[in-house]
Design a protein around this ligand. Structure first.
Ligand code: NDP
Length: 507
């Protein structure tokens, strides 16, 4: 079973993809060679050297045209994404189309303000001697390397931000979903973007590597921990700034005082959305023993009622990649061999031809099992009984990952206190992980789940270099150093730092 293969002909690699829905051949695409990657950089440099001078209002106008194009082309985007992923139509519309439009509208509205020069009020004695501005300069070429689980949105979202801030983008989408990646370039062409400002290079990991070797001015990487480590090593050697958005093993803590019905719904949605192939998917659910039976019954009933189908209208679609299906199967089998119990599902879907794993509820799990340790990325509601909230929090933090988490309680203050002690980049209370979809906030993982931020003001500005420009009111030079100048400095230190009122006024 394979959904893509790479043929080697005449020193060219050809990527042949098949649909995970039914293995129908999709397309044969020539992979970029090392030379193609180098040439893309030459074209991108030229395009960016003009784009960086284009006034922000004109850049916003391009992105606004892009929004119109995406809206007009939504059926095509949905068709391509579904052909490569087997997602239900509603997930293609919400995760890929809605999120792209939302991101454009959000950043267009704020770009002028966030890119404007900032006057900085200096503190201490310097405030009398200098002025300072921070200006946000585009970095240049941004290399964007993306995974297959959100194949359109995870590629286009960084491009939107990096173009608005004056950069050119070269995108390397996953070999599993190349056509969805190509849509990004196509949409920008339709929107009338300057030539070569957005280029998509198709290929495997070697193309990703070549993208880094050509020294872009920043790498924005989304993908697995294993590849993220390689990317970080390569960027480190070449001193290229980078951000890493990596995998997760998100925990959900269900407290005794939670609304059990709502928590069970959140658990099933968080675990099964995108057929579980969501970086912030709910992968471990800790439920306190007093409510455990009721919670498990609710979650089991909801999971059993889900409609898994290869048709457009479905609750749970395909696993996008045969390799991932094998990982899910392996994790479930390992858990069962170590004593876990399946309440619903627990196997590939025998009535569907493609890559479908049944929505599953698994209980009696513990931390010796792969399913509680490694990213499973499947539609698995994985529930563990715990004595109390303290044990739940200890186990939630017992992971090498730290992307998101969620806490379910009707006591908001308690929920906030628990969120504070969760070792994750973000947390939801009485909701599944949502923060990637909220453009207002920075998104980034802790521990092995990532480095740096995407989204929000912090993520947006990371496509710029924040350059302080200091304006001297008086020349800095106090040469020659003399006994007198030394004494004056001593006096100033005494005045500003030994006096509590001065510290308060000028600190
Ligand atoms: P991979 O790490 O396998 O691949 C990610 C991208 O890196 C692909 O385009 C891949 O190309 C490319 N690549 C592979 N090798 C190299 C290399 N040596 N140098 C540069 N690039 C390379 O991840 P997956 O595609 O399997 O994506 C799933 C992972 O992404 C999961 O762990 C998921 O949690 C994570 N993810 C994290 C998100 C976050 O925001 N934190 C969001 C979404 C997903 P190719 O595919 O062609 O090999």
């Amino acid at each position: 079973m394979a959904i893509f293969t790479i043929k080697n002909t005449d020193n060219k690699k050809i990527l042949c993809t098949q649909s995970p829905k039914n293995f129908a051949p999709l397309n044969e695409i020539e992979c970029a060679t090392k030379e193609d990657v180098a040439n893309a950089f030459i074209r991108a440099r030229e395009a960016q050297s003009e784009w960086k001078h284009v006034p922000i209002q004109k850049r916003i106008e391009l992105l606004e045209r892009l929004a119109t194009i995406i809206s007009q082309q939504k059926e095509r985007i949905i068709d391509v994404v579904i052909s490569e992923t087997g997602k239900p139509k509603q997930e293609a519309l919400s995760m890929e189309v809605y999120s792209a439009l939302d991101s454009i509208v959000f950043y267009c509205k704020r770009a002028k303000k966030w890119l404007a020069d900032e006057s900085i009020k200096l503190h201490g004695p310097m405030r009398f001697l200098k002025k300072c501005k921070v200006i946000y300069k585009p970095r240049g070429i941004i290399g964007i390397i993306t995974p297959w689980n959100g194949p359109f949105i995870l590629s286009i979202n960084p491009v939107i931000q990096c173009l608005l801030s004056g950069n050119a983008a070269i995108v390397k989408p996953s070999e599993v979903t190349p056509l969805s990646g190509q849509l990004v370039e196509e949409m920008f062409v339709l929107a009338g973007a300057p030539k070569n400002l957005v280029q998509v290079l198709i290929g495997d990991g070697e193309v990703g590597e070549a993208l880094i070797t050509n020294k872009p001015d920043k790498i924005s990487f989304t993908g697995s921990v294993a590849t993220g480590r390689k990317v970080a090593e390569q960027c480190g050697r070449l001193l290229i700034p980078f951000s890493l958005e990596l995998g997760g093993k998100d925990a959900m803590v269900v407290c005794e005082d939670s609304n059990i019905k709502e928590a069970a719904q959140g658990a099933v949605m968080g675990s099964c959305m995108n057929a579980g192939q969501y970086c912030c998917g709910t992968e471990r659910i800790y439920v306190t023993e007093s409510i455990y039976d009721e919670f498990v019954e609710e979650a089991t009933n909801i999971t059993a009622s889900l409609n898994q189908s290869d048709q457009d209208i479905a609750d749970v679609g395909a696993t996008f990649w045969d390799k991932q299906l094998d990982i899910i199967d392996d994790h479930v089998k390992d858990a069962v061999a170590k004593g876990a119990k399946i309440l619903v599902g627990g196997s590939k879907n025998p009535s569907l031809k493609g890559l479908y794993y049944l929505p599953t509820v698994i209980v009696d799990v513990d931390h010796s099992m792969k399913i509680m340790q490694e990213e499973t990325f499947g539609p698995i509601v994985c529930i563990m009984k715990v004595k109390d909230e303290e044990e739940a929090m200890r186990l939630a933090n017992d992971s090498k990952y730290g992307l998101n988490g969620n806490i379910w309680t009707q006591n908001l203050n308690k929920g906030l206190a628990m969120a504070r002690s969760l070792d994750t980049g973000a947390c939801s209370i009485n909701d599944m992980a949502m923060s990637y979809g909220l453009n207002e906030v920075p998104f980034g993982g802790l521990k092995e789940s990532g480095l740096g931020f995407v989204n929000g003001k912090e993520g947006f500005r990371s496509y710029c270099h924040a350059m302080p420009v200091v304006i001297g009111k008086k020349p800095s030079s106090i040469y020659p150093y003399t006994q007198k100048s030394y004494h004056q400095l001593e006096q100033a230190i005494k005045l500003f730092f030994d006096n509590k009122l001065f510290r308060k006024l000028f600190g």
